[in-house]
Design a protein around this ligand. Structure first.
Ligand SMILES: [Zn+2]
Length: 412
């Protein structure tokens, strides 16, 4: 089937300027051509999808999902008490919600193996609806460490390597390892490192050997530094929390330079506060006290902006499934990059598409609008280069050539 998408402008995902009166021609599951309305004649062959005032752009790439987590305030209780059958039903619904928000590729960054691998297979076989799905399987963590209840605990270098190989054997597209504790896991230490640089380095070397990349969760500065030194391909959060209770941050610009020089990607997961604020869910005093990210948002944005200015590559992850972070919420990430970090609208869109595809190693098939790439396309109603919030208003979605949404109406 041939489709002709016509709108006021087209963002291809790599040029800094949009193409005025852009037209995208899609043939079956591939992009055939990027052109303009004066080049297609009066009667082009195919189904015309025209959105006056709209913007054609690549589908979003969501870098950080936990498909079986509920996104409710009780997300921790749910994931630790529910049966695999219940978690599986949540995951199926989560993948659908992700797709109909305009996300055409998603990386699950840690879910139980019985769920993540089964859901990936079902999406691939089109038994259920979902975006292109890359999975890490269960995160590798220390005994009692962050997200230990997902199922893979490994304390020594040897056990980390064998846990990593086991995930690859099961079909992991990416490896997730927990470099520090996390707030989701009671009694894990957010500020302290869970692994030495040496253990992380061995994990990276073994992953390289097998052709997978490694993403590592890191909040406390000790864990961020270890990830940078070990050459972890994708740092998650990179929060730079100080180990000294008198300070919020322990930011090390020289380590940010190292992250930039090594070409490591950072997924700062910055949308949570924006989501809570815009949905009118206030933070409790306990939450603010417990979290520098909430009590000093300005400080966090300043650090991220400095990293950006030093040339660190950012990707767009939401951390869906964590409390209050729902699977249709992707557009809050580029919104927060613009409103909080002060990057341009175009840069935030490129982080949410091409940069994320590069970090996943799939930029040869998706992430930009170019001939022969997968037809993963959105038409946004309005101009997100003038108002980034327009990314919430997706009129049309095509995912791997399948029409998912048109004139705002979900078709699946
Ligand atoms: Zn996460």
């Amino acid at each position: 089937m041939r489709r002709i998408l016509i709108a006021d402008q087209l963002i291809d995902g790599f040029n800094q300027k949009p193409i005025k009166n852009g037209v995208l021609i899609v043939q079956d599951e591939k992009i055939e051509a990027v052109t303009t309305s004066d080049q297609i004649g009066n009667n082009p062959e195919g189904e015309i999808i025209k959105v006056p005032g709209g913007t054609i752009m690549p589908g979003f790439i969501e870098m950080h999902a936990h498909m079986h987590c509920s996104a409710e305030p009780e997300a921790y209780d749910h994931v630790t008490s529910e049966s695999n059958q219940e978690l599986l039903m949540r995951s199926v619904e989560a993948m659908r919600a992700t797709l109909i928000s305009g996300v055409t590729t998603v990386r699950d960054l840690g879910s139980k193996n019985e769920i993540a691998f089964a859901v990936k297979k079902a999406v691939q076989e089109r038994k259920i609806n979902g975006p292109r799905l890359l999975v890490t399987g269960t995160p590798i963590t220390t005994t009692a460490g962050h997200c230990n209840f997902f199922g893979t605990e490994a304390d020594t270098a040897e056990s980390v390597i064998s846990a990593l190989r086991h995930q690859v054997k099961l079909g992991a597209d990416y490896i997730k390892i927990m470099s520090t504790g996390g707030v989701f896991t009671p009694r894990s230490n957010v500020l302290a490192a869970q692994y030495t640089t040496e253990v992380l380095r061995l994990a990276v070397e073994d992953a390289d050997r097998m052709g997978v990349r490694v993403a590592a969760h890191c909040h406390g500065t000790e864990g961020v530094v270890n990830c940078a030194e070990a050459g972890i391909h994708n740092l998650i959060h990179a929060t730079w929390l100080s180990g000294d209770s008198a300070e919020n941050w322990d930011y090390r610009p020289e380590i940010a330079d190292m992250i930039a020089e090594k070409g490591l990607w950072v997924d700062p997961t910055i949308a949570i506060a924006t989501i809570r604020t815009e949905k009118g869910i206030p933070f409790s005093d306990e939450e603010i006290l417990a979290s520098a990210v909430l009590s000093d948002m300005e400080g966090r944005f300043e650090i991220l902006k400095d990293m950006w200015d030093r040339g660190v590559k950012f990707v767009a992850g939401l951390d869906t499934g964590m409390s209050y972070v729902e699977f249709g919420d992707f557009a809050y990430t580029p919104q927060t990059m613009v409103e909080g970090m002060g990057v341009s609208e175009m840069e935030a869109i490129i982080c949410s598409t091409l940069s994320s595809a590069q970090c996943l190693g799939i930029d040869d098939i998706t992430g930009t609008l170019e001939p022969n790439k997968s037809a993963d396309v959105l038409i946004v109603a309005g101009d997100p280069l003038k108002d980034i919030k327009k990314l919430h208003d997706v009129d049309t979605i095509i995912s791997q050539g399948h029409l998912i949404k048109r004139t705002g109406k979900v078709l699946i």
